[in-house]
Design a protein around this ligand. Structure first.
Ligand SMILES: [Fe+2]
Ligand SMILES: [Fe+2]
Length: 478
């Protein structure tokens, strides 16, 4: 079991105190990080006491401590899961060799790119969510938002630790860059598309934590297989925290759906909006939007980068153990590749893509399947309420902006459309300005009383860590 130092300025289980140079570099980065947090973190709540969990070790039982803390004073630490003795590389060209504790020279650029891309998503999501506190539906939800935010901050620390420790001056520069880019800023945007989309209401927040944090889960699972052992160990621990983010999304949408059904039953025309709720058709449009943006995060279906990451044993598949063969050579992946046909309507041709080049799509397959599970639970609740409606994940061709479908148009079933057909119908499928305005108005009054809940969602069945739902999870300081 690794020993944990919680008394240092930076809590850690990596013997940071033994490496003075590294410790100094990270201690110099720390105030800039806190500056970023104060500027770009949750706006208007920095003085409040929030009942948060803080990672204090990687011990399975009791890895976290729960207490009130002001967010800028949160103890962001560096925690890697304990090393697996004699761990061997589990896939790719270096399979069977001992894992690397330092970065092999020829892989430096590739590996740095993987780490920076992952790292960039963490502060980006905090930036996207920074105004949501002002429209929160309850203190319970407000606390969950902040919990997700501080942990995304810790995930940034996890990646910055790797950059500082293993990439010298380039790594330090990249760590600065991670604090300089801004979500949605046209001059210095975050690296990936979905992390520049505004997240302006709580339905989007729940969709984001369900769909976009789940992309995070799959990226982390793939990196947890890495031959570069420090990356594998840090991402493994990040997954522990990530599970809560997806829980917030899944149960958040579930509570909205259940409340919507209740409100529909109270209304003669089953009109949820008339009762101050969110109608199921609107929920479906937000599913379509956030799911399709999140699919893009996996990258192109046919990708030479993905092939090199796999070949070089840097990024595997999620749960590599569950695949029969770990070399992925001489195997193909059958794909329907769209090409623009007559009148601008896409048609398809079948292609056998070398499996290594299809690794993004393989990971996306796992994600699609996993995403369906929560949707099934939402649909079960709708059926149990006696409402006839089914939420559906759109086709993976729908509304894509990276990969083979980018620049082409498809309906939610995946049928090809011309550009004109798309323009005429897209608002059936994607949130409109009117939807956005409706949600904004519905959520314009935040709920800051411990025993209250906004009208448009159900209370959760349980509170946090054995506390009642009505617990004062955030103590506001006016
Ligand atoms: Fe994260
Ligand atoms: Fe997350």
């Amino acid at each position: 079991m690794s020993s944990v130092v919680n008394s240092d300025r930076i809590p850690n289980n990596v013997h940071l105190g033994d490496d003075k140079k590294l410790q100094r570099a990270l201690e110099a980065w720390q105030p800039r990080y806190v500056e970023w947090w104060k500027q770009m973190g949750p706006e208007g709540f920095q003085e409040d006491d929030v009942y948060l969990r803080t990672a204090i070790s990687v011990d399975h039982e009791g890895w976290a401590h729960f207490d009130y803390v002001k967010m800028p004073e949160y103890r962001w630490g560096i925690f890697l899961t304990d090393p697996v003795p004699d761990r061997k590389i589990g896939f790719g060209d270096f399979m069977g060799e001992p894992v690397w504790q330092t970065v092999p020279g020829e892989m430096r650029n590739m590996l740095r790119r993987l780490i920076v891309t992952q790292g960039d998503t963490e502060p980006a999501s905090v930036e996207q969510q920074r105004l949501l506190g002002k429209t929160c539906p309850s203190l319970y939800d407000l606390r969950n938002l902040f919990q997700v935010n501080v942990e995304e901050g810790r995930h940034l620390w996890a990646m910055v630790y790797l950059l500082h420790s293993y990439f010298g001056r380039d790594g330090r520069e990249e760590a600065e860059g991670l604090l300089e880019r801004r979500s949605g800023n046209p001059d210095k945007p975050r690296i990936l598309g979905a992390f520049n989309e505004p997240c302006t209401n709580w339905l989007s927040f729940f969709m984001f934590t369900y769909f976009t944090d789940r992309d995070g889960k799959y990226q982390l699972l793939a990196l947890a297989e890495s031959g570069f052992d420090p990356l594998a160990r840090t991402t493994r621990f990040m997954l522990t925290e990530e599970a809560h983010h997806m829980f917030v999304g899944e149960t958040g949408v579930l509570r909205v759906v259940k409340r919507t059904c209740e409100l529909m039953k109270q209304n003669k025309r089953e009109d949820a909006r008339a009762e101050g709720g969110i109608d199921l058709a609107t929920i479906q449009r937000y599913v379509n939007f956030w799911y399709s943006c999140s699919l893009d995060l996996f990258g192109g279906e046919i990708s030479s980068n993905a092939a090199s990451f796999f070949a070089n044993s840097l990024k595997g598949r999620a749960k590599e153990d569950s695949y029969p063969d770990h070399k992925a050579l001489d195997v193909g992946y059958a794909m329907q590749v769209p090409v623009i046909g007559e009148g601008g309507r896409p048609t398809f041709r079948g292609e056998e893509v070398p499996l290594r080049n299809a690794m993004n799509e393989v990971l996306r397959d796992e994600y699609v399947e996993d995403s369906q599970r929560g949707v099934d639970k939402w649909n079960k609740a709708i059926a149990e309420a006696g409402v006839s409606f089914q939420i559906k994940l759109p086709s993976r061709r729908f509304h894509r902006r990276t990969g083979i479908h980018a620049g082409m148009h498809f309906d939610v079933e995946g049928n090809p459309l011309t550009k004109d057909e798309w323009e005429a119908r897209k608002h059936q499928w994607l949130p409109s300005e009117a939807d956005e305005a409706y949600l904004q108005s519905l959520m314009s009054k935040p709920v800051y009383e411990a025993n209250q809940m906004a009208n448009w969602l159900q209370p959760p069945p349980h509170g946090i860590k054995g506390k009642p739902v009505e617990f004062e999870y955030v103590r506001r300081h006016p």
